[in-house]
Design a protein around this ligand. Structure first.
Ligand SMILES: [Zn+2]
Length: 239
């Protein structure tokens, strides 16, 4: 359908010109390498000497920064220096990467196998992961709010099992909040708590934070001062 000199041709040419020679971290785009599943691929040279083929969108957005050498170096450095390689946060980080990048892992089909990826910021550095996520509370695990989304800062949090089970069920991701017990509905933030296996509606609030505080208050009221709250999870900075 595309005619020579027509619009699609021009758009493609503009794309090629703007990507050629572009740098993303250690990668430099050398030449187009055709298409793969509708994505335009580029041959890139890494500063370490390796040549790799990556999506042009990954170069243009800066989401891929190396041939993989950055991650390997970071992993080695992390193990040697940060002293947290026995921590549960480190184990969580390592398992997250394994199930998204290693087809030999039994969990692969549910993760890497269906396109769930780890963002480059976390892939390359345990320190980045830990800086974004903070310490993992006991009995909590890494949860993606959008189950089809990647492992990346806005989509991840530490969640207890009941929160995870609830998330994997309904609430569309667009209605979710970064806080426990809070969701968006009817133009306002709603707070709700589960108690004795039923949902108790707390109220409607103009802001996410206010709804989170109301949730916390109710949680303490129902469960005492040891209740898991947004504040105890470090999600709310002040009362
Ligand atoms: Zn490299």
């Amino acid at each position: 359908m595309a005619t020579i000199g027509g619009r699609p041709e021009q758009a493609m040419l503009r794309g090629i010109i703007s990507t050629m020679g572009k740098r993303s971290g250690r990668l430099v785009a050398l030449s187009p390498a055709g298409k793969q599943a509708r994505a335009i691929m580029w041959v890139c040279r890494c500063d370490c000497g390796q040549t790799v083929i990556v999506k042009s969108s990954s170069i243009n957005s800066g989401s891929t920064l190396s041939c993989g050498c950055l991650r390997r170096e970071a992993t080695r450095a992390a193990i040697v220096t940060h002293g947290m390689y026995r921590s549960r946060e480190y184990r969580t980080w390592k398992h997250m990467i394994q199930r998204c990048t290693n087809p030999n892992k039994p969990e692969w089909p549910k993760y890497g196998g269906r396109g769930i990826a780890v963002c480059e910021r976390w892939l390359t550095s345990f320190e980045n992961f830990y800086a974004d996520m903070g310490p993992r509370p006991h009995e909590f695990s890494l949860d993606r709010e959008n189950n089809n989304g990647n492992y990346e800062p806005p989509n991840c949090r530490w969640a207890d099992l009941s929160t995870q089970a609830r998330n994997s069920r309904k609430v569309p991701s667009v209605n979710r909040s970064r806080f426990k017990g809070v969701y968006f509905c009817n133009g306002a933030w709603q707070a709700q708590i589960r108690h004795l296996s039923r949902g108790i509606y707390i109220g409607s609030f103009p802001s996410e934070e206010l709804a989170a505080k109301a949730y916390d208050q109710k949680a303490v009221e129902l469960r005492g001062s040891s209740a898991v709250t947004n504040q105890s999870m470090g999600l709310l900075s002040c009362v």
